[in-house]
Design a protein around this ligand. Structure first.
Ligand SMILES: [Zn+2]
Length: 304
């Protein structure tokens, strides 16, 4: 009888550790929302899923909206299974039920990634603009909030009138770290060269950036703003953590897609996604990360 009890106890301890290790390694459940975008979402959403799933850290589902101009009132999303929502959507307004559920999801601690043109969406949705902090295009102007950019070693808010959102010609450009301690960027180089991409500038919004991670200089000779623009940062909304990355203009195919094939883009996406979902980053700094002078690429969206 005594031996039996002892065995039972060992079995309990064993199951406990199995459960613990399963918990520790269970992939993060993520949902990518797409289906309308003035960008090549047919490429971007598949590439985002590949990057995320190839890391072994995430399982990714899609929510694909009706087409632009179609009836939206049945587009109801259930956020409850997910720890992370990745926004790859720039299109018609969601129905109120989906808007309300999204805000509730974020307020209650859900993680969000705002990817590239997702920050063009929903100009008139006040709470959404708090979540993204900065947005562009779709009639944004000074009524959307200040321009926010890096000047004299700090973020400044500039209420001058003018356009919200523009970019110059695509080019390779250098990202400059404005934070070295945040878990998303800890150990990454203070400067790294990004693959050819757009550089979003003159973005406007409520502008409540929590942690500014990287800026880049928008070159006037390429049609840019002549400002150091905030391109990668975090936002807080309720208990929710938001990772906003303005990089990643999708190419015409997964094979011709330098902005997303860039190792720096992929590593930041993965680290920012893990942080937004869990508050931690368990990923080591990879050896193939770009340097200040040369971009590097994971053309198949996998770590070597
Ligand atoms: Zn773009």
């Amino acid at each position: 009888m005594k031996i039996f009890a002892h065995r039972k106890f060992l079995l309990f301890v064993f199951s406990f550790f199995i459960a613990l290790s399963t918990f520790a390694t269970a992939p993060i459940k993520a949902l990518i929302i797409t289906g309308q975008n003035n960008h090549n979402w047919q490429v971007s959403h598949v590439v985002l899923k590949n990057i995320m799933e190839n890391s072994g850290l995430f399982t990714v589902d899609f929510s694909i909206s009706p087409k632009h101009g179609e009836k939206m009132n049945n587009y109801i999303i259930d956020f409850s299974p997910y720890q992370l929502v990745v926004l790859d959507y720039n299109g018609d307004n969601w129905p109120k039920t989906t808007q309300d559920r999204f805000l509730e999801y974020v307020r209650n601690g859900g993680g969000v990634v705002v990817y590239h043109a997702a920050n063009n969406a929903f100009t008139d949705w006040v709470e959404f603009n708090k979540i993204i902090a900065l947005g562009g295009w779709n009639n944004r102007n000074e009524s959307s909030g200040p321009w926010v950019y890096w000047k004299d070693n700090k973020l400044v808010r500039d209420n001058s009138p003018g356009v919200g959102g523009s970019h110059g010609q695509q080019s390779e450009y250098v990202l400059n770290a404005r934070n070295t301690k945040h878990p998303i960027v800890k150990g990454l180089p203070p400067k790294w060269k990004h693959g050819k991409d757009e550089l979003y500038d003159r973005m406007r919004g409520p502008g409540d950036i929590k942690d500014l991670l990287y800026t880049a200089y928008s070159e006037p000779s390429l049609g840019g703003s002549d400002r150091e623009e905030p391109l990668i940062f975090t936002v807080e909304y309720g208990k929710g953590k938001i990772f906003h990355i303005m990089l990643g203009h999708a190419g015409d195919s997964p094979e011709n897609n330098p902005s997303m094939q860039c190792t720096g883009f992929q590593v930041l996406l993965l680290r920012g996604s893990e942080w937004a979902a869990t508050g931690k980053v368990t990923q080591p700094v990879p050896k193939d990360f770009p340097t200040a002078t040369s971009a590097s690429f994971r053309k198949d969206y996998k770590a070597p």
